[in-house]
Design a protein around this ligand. Structure first.
Ligand code: NAD
Length: 328
């Protein structure tokens, strides 16, 4: 059955506004990007907290909700998610997983103003992103999935990259706030495609990080100097972001979590989550992803049975160093 998508209509004579026809055919108006916005921000953890703070610093009016009760000083706390969302031009969520997103969406979407914009920046499964977008469209709310890369450093610095799924006009409306929180936003297509881009990217990242770490551990045993290894591979066909920008070997290449005792950065726990999402998605569409499956198994062992929980995902290097081919 075709999904009920909102129909977007530009209203050029009223430039701060756009209009959307909701699934029931009624026309609603909302503010487009630019100017000061009334924003509700739900999920103010390691990522959401600094993202919300950057929106306040850019002059936006931000009300937030997080059940932990921990709020950045500049964000006005609301007593519930629904209260943080009611009457706002824009609501942003930054939550741990798809089930929590579904629960929060069920609470806030009916409370939101018709025609308002809802941007979910969490990393969740594609099906949850698409279901929430459908639910939003049915209520006259414009939804985007906009997961990020760049980690907590990018959230603090306002240099995140957003991978965005949803309608063209929603993407255009979101541009100004995405520009505050990040340095790049790529429109990847309809609802759910932002999450699809995110999990495909992170499947490559997990696989290349493991390959880089096992190659460093092999190079060590072969007596190859790490600096020489970095100099050769970073300018040869083995180069990747995992090596060139986020080198897992301490003291070699650019500054990275390896130089900080493998404190994350991007934790092995989050890599495990994202690899699980990519395998779940691959199963749904019958895609053959053997390297992604092996990467998932290795990160699961690392996080759940070894000492990987809470360490950066590049701490796979000391893990490989401790192991041997014969004894595991
Ligand atoms: P976090 O655990 O620090 O923050 C999540 C916040 O959501 C917490 O403060 C929690 O209290 C809150 N929360 C939980 N249930 C809630 C509910 N029902 N209503 C409202 N708030 C609720 O996690 P994070 O590191 O900020 O990550 C958030 C999302 O961003 C995740 O989906 C993660 O995969 C993704 N992400 C994280 C990073 C990173 O480096 N940390 C990088 C890219 C993407």
């Amino acid at each position: 059955m075709p999904r009920a998508l909102p129909v977007w209509v530009r209203v050029p004579q009223r430039p701060p506004y756009f209009a959307v026809l909701s699934a029931d055919g009624r026309r609603h108006h909302a503010r487009i990007s630019g100017g000061i916005m009334q924003i509700g921000f739900i999920g103010l953890g390691n990522m959401g907290g600094p993202m919300a703070a950057n929106l306040v610093a850019a002059g936006h009016d931000v009300v937030g909700f997080d059940p932990s009760g921990a709020y950045p000083a500049c964000v006005q706390p609301a007593p519930s998610a629904a209260k943080a969302a009611a009457g706002r031009d824009l609501v942003i969520t930054m939550l741990p997983n798809g089930q929590i997103l579904r629960d929060v969406a069920a609470e806030i979407l009916p409370a939101m103003t018709k025609g308002a914009l809802f941007i979910d920046c969490s990393t969740v499964d594609v099906a949850s992103a698409r279901d929430v977008a459908d639910q939003a469209a049915g209520l006259g709310v414009v939804a985007l999935d906009a997961p990020v890369s760049g980690g907590t450093g990018g959230a603090i610095a306002g240099t995140l990259t957003f991978m965005v799924g949803g309608a063209d006009a929603g993407f255009a409306a979101a541009q100004a706030v995405l520009d505050v929180m990040g340095q790049r936003a790529v429109h990847c297509g309809p609802a759910g495609n932002g999450q699809a881009a995110k999990i495909c990217n992170n499947m490559i990242l997990g696989v290349t990080m493991i390959a880089t770490c096992e190659a460093f551990a092999l190079a060590d045993k072969l007596g190859l100097d790490r600096a020489a290894m970095f100099d050769v591979v970073s300018t040869s066909s083995g180069a990747s972001w995992s090596l060139n920008t986020y080198c897992p070997a301490p003291g070699v290449g650019p500054q990275s979590p390896a130089d900080n005792g493998y404190r994350p950065g991007f934790s092995a726990d989050l890599m495990l989550k994202d690899l699980g999402l990519s395998q779940q998605a691959a199963q749904t569409v019958d895609a053959d992803t053997p390297m992604g499956a092996v990467a998932l198994a290795l990160y699961r062992d690392f996080v759940e049975q070894e000492d990987g929980r809470g360490q950066d995902f590049s701490a796979m290097l000391p893990r490989f160093e401790r192991r041997s081919r014969s004894a595991g």
